[in-house]
Design a protein. Structure first.
Length: 415
């Protein structure tokens, strides 16, 4: 099974930051009790109200330790599960978010937003960065606006509920303005990291495609050159040797004695040379397998993420350059879809040469089409296969993922 943390480094770093922040927040809460930030949060205000209801107010007879102990206990009982839930929700949302339906992803983000707003606003910085990882830019900006608006409303309501003066509420809003600036900073840095990671992945894939195509092109050029040489040998050298044999045959009939013996030897050598030229021509005209296995291995090895598992029939002998090119393009399109759209962690590629047909399969564990129409890449692949008398079946897998299966006549397979 592929390593999800290695394949998604940005989300892994975010998850580590989230876990470390949660652990330190819980430790501080455990050792020192709730601080001013926890007490001023909506959950802190609610806990203080509950404590006031169930405990007596501090007086000369009662120092108020019961109320403080109850507040600390309630904070531990409420904050710890919610902070751990935030970490779990962060992990679920950031690792393969494309597998989640839109309502499910929205529910996860809303739950995290509620925890950040109600418990500890520090986690809202992580949520702002998370938005850049899990949703498109336009939707992420809408979520960020919702986060800011909800935080503003909750801060105003908390100040009103606590009966704060206008100056205190203004001070709250100024502090929120600074926080909003850091929200945008976290969001922007995450956007840059995501764009850089995607660009690096596509660049690596493009470099692998270029190297693989160069290998196939080299085989095609060599095959074309061999065919040209064979034609030249047949058309020129073979023609002259045939004419030489005819003249030697005529000379043999007219010569006598020692001259006839030398002509016989020359005629035998000429016939042997002509036979050797014909053998070379036939050998060079024979179809030789294209190095498709090497090209596919280069293509798959150059993809940094997702992980690619390549299975080839041994030996994979495809003699037709057009058939080899079609197979290569099918695998290339399947990998491209998995990299750009599927959010997959594993892609499986297999090529099998049967007696009657060649079968190419590319499957992933990503999000699949989910009812979306096929793109231009799949349509182009269908057209390419149709021109080679082949077929393509592309559909979502159960329970998740996408698979395409291309079938070609095996006329181009060297047997």
């Amino acid at each position: 099974m592929p390593n999800r943390f290695r394949n998604n480094p940005i989300a892994s770093i975010g998850l580590a930051c989230c876990a470390v922040l949660s652990v330190f927040t819980i430790l501080v809460l455990w050792m020192n009790g709730p601080t001013g930030d926890e007490m001023n949060a909506p959950i802190g205000v609610a806990i203080a109200a509950v404590a006031r209801h169930f405990t007596a107010a501090p007086s000369f007879q009662n120092a108020g330790s019961d109320r403080a102990d109850l507040v600390a206990t309630l904070h531990l009982a409420v904050d710890i599960p919610l902070l751990l839930a935030f970490v779990a929700l962060f992990w679920r949302a950031t690792f393969s978010p494309a597998r989640l339906s839109r309502p499910a992803l929205a529910a996860l983000l809303l739950a995290q937003l509620a925890i950040g707003v109600l418990v500890d606003s520090t986690f809202l910085f992580l949520l702002a960065a998370e938005l850049a990882l899990v949703v498109p830019l336009r939707s992420a900006l809408k979520w960020l606006a919702l986060q800011i608006a909800l935080t503003l409303l909750v801060r105003l309501f908390t100040g009103w509920f606590e009966g704060e003066h206008d100056s205190e509420i203004v001070r709250r809003m100024l502090g929120l303005g600074v926080e909003i600036g850091f929200y945008f900073l976290a969001f922007g840095m995450a956007c840059i990291a995501v764009l850089e990671q995607r660009a690096r992945t596509r660049l690596s894939a493009a470099n692998a495609e270029l190297n693989a195509m160069q290998a196939m092109l080299g085989d095609t050029v060599r095959a074309s050159e061999r065919l040209r040489i064979a034609r030249d040998l047949h058309d020129h050298v073979g023609h002259h040797l045939t004419a030489l044999n005819l003249h030697l045959d005529l000379a043999q009939r007219q010569a006598d004695g020692r001259v006839r013996e030398l002509v016989d030897i020359s005629r035998e050598l000429s016939q042997a040379l002509l036979a050797e030229v014909r053998r070379v021509v036939v050998h060079e005209r024979d179809d030789r397998p294209i190095a498709l296995a090497q090209a596919l291995a280069t293509l798959c090895a150059g993809v940094p993420r997702p992980a690619v598992r390549l299975t080839l029939e041994e030996p994979l002998a495809i003699a037709s350059p057009s058939t080899a090119h079609t197979i290569f393009r099918c695998v290339q399109e399947g990998l491209s879809n998995a990299i750009r759209h599927a959010d997959a962690t594993l892609v499986e590629v297999s090529v099998q040469c049967g007696v009657d047909e060649i079968v190419v399969r590319v499957s992933d564990d990503g999000s699949g089409l989910r009812g979306r129409p096929e793109g231009s890449g799949l349509r182009g692949m269908r057209e390419r296969l149709a021109s080679a008398n082949g077929t393509l079946v592309a559909a979502d897998r159960s329970p998740r993922g996408f698979a395409l299966e291309a079938r070609l006549p095996s006329a181009g397979a060297a047997r």
